[in-house]
Design a protein around this ligand. Sequence first.
Ligand SMILES: *Cc1c(COP(=O)(O)O)cnc(C)c1O
Length: 354
Amino acid sequence: MAEAPPPNLRLRIDRQALAHNYRALDEMSGDAKAGAAVKANCYGLGVGTCVPVLRDAGAVMFFVAHWGEVAPLLPHMEAGNIRVLHGAGNAQEAGYAKAIGAVPVVNSLHQARLWSEAGGGLCDLMVDTGINRLGISPDEIGDPAIQALKVDCLMSHLACADEDSPMNARQLAAFKSCTGSVSHQRLSLANSAGIALGADYAFDVTRPGLSLYGGIARPELAQVIRQVAYPQAAIIQKRALSAGEGVGYNCTFTAPAAMNVGVVSIGYADGFLRSWNIGTDGAIGGAYLLHGDKHLPVLGKISMDMIVADLSQAPELAEGDWLSLPYMLQAAAQQSSVSQYELLTMLGQRFGRI
Ligand SMILES: *Cc1c(COP(=O)(O)O)cnc(C)c1O
């Protein structure tokens, strides 16, 4: 069968920036060693591209959410370095963990018993200190099912590390009061934002995700973290509009004068949501694409597969030329009303990855 031609939208990953971000977060973790959250296909950026870079930069522990996320990591590392955050919730999952050698994070008494019944062995243990997602409660630590575990990493997860909230100190204290109650080899509390909270939060292992991939989880990281993901889309048609002509669904933009526009091959199916082009006043407008440092306004509503950009400032642009999305995550989150996490993970499957 003939090979499909390359797509006219692409995602450039800056590997050097990714390695830099890992090393910077590892350094900020002080005596602790930074691991790497690589769930959701490295936050949408691609396991195949990102994991070797993170590993070569020094990451040893890798965190995923699902068992289905283990196999793509296996070519890159020993199975024992993979930690599965959702844990093994039934015999099939526990059996798979044993067979493949990836390490479950035990999140409940039920999971603890299942793991021991499956033969046990090294596991991690999540204690819930206030986020009320997964994890045993601190008063369950004394349970024989927990005491029977061979815990490598005892961990908890911060709910509000991206804010200056009293919750951070409360969770830190709650976590510290647990650490004497079950034997373990290592302790871990901080995600990306937690690393920026300082040495008290670092313990032995940190678990950055977002900031590896360019997210600014707290202001302290703004000068440290570099952009990693650069989505780009090509102009697939140039059009000349006359004054009074409308653009896109519902013709929400009307050309005030004759103008050149480009139809660009990206839409909401690729993660460029309509909310990008809705201002705080509810009016359509505000989104733009970049040509060098020139801002090219997006005209009218974003469609599923395309948008229309105003080329008035860059009349030299032609069909086939590439434009960039403004994907500095902190600014992009403000502009689009979409969180930095969502901006990364919703980049669609249609991008060529380079
Ligand atoms: C996703 C996740 C992380 C990484 O968090 P970021 O905010 O992306 O740095 C760390 N720990 C746990 C338990 C997670 O679920």
